[in-house]
Design a protein around this ligand. Structure first.
Ligand code: ZN
Length: 78
């Protein structure tokens, strides 16, 4: 990974490695933009991110059933 370099040039591997932080909005603006830009240009990663989000939603649903309080704390942070 070359995160210290030019964030705008991001390859698929780097973009996908950041999906989780991107989804949770834990990235700084610069890196967030780079991921966004990559998703806008790369159909494959766009699909991949869609699947990633789908997977997370299912995961969260499962977590609601298992631990509702924990889920509430997480959503309120947004
Ligand atoms: Zn890509």
């Amino acid at each position: 990974m070359h995160l210290r370099g030019d964030f705008r040039i991001m390859n698929c591997k780097e973009a996908r490695a950041l999906f989780s932080e991107f989804y949770d909005r834990e990235l700084n603006q610069e890196i967030c933009d780079a991921v966004k830009e990559h998703l806008a240009e790369c159909q494959e990663c766009k699909e991949e991110y869609k699947n990633f989000r789908k997977g997370l939603k299912i995961l969260k649903k499962l977590r609601v059933l298992e631990a509702p309080r924990n889920y509430m704390e997480k959503t309120q942070r947004h």
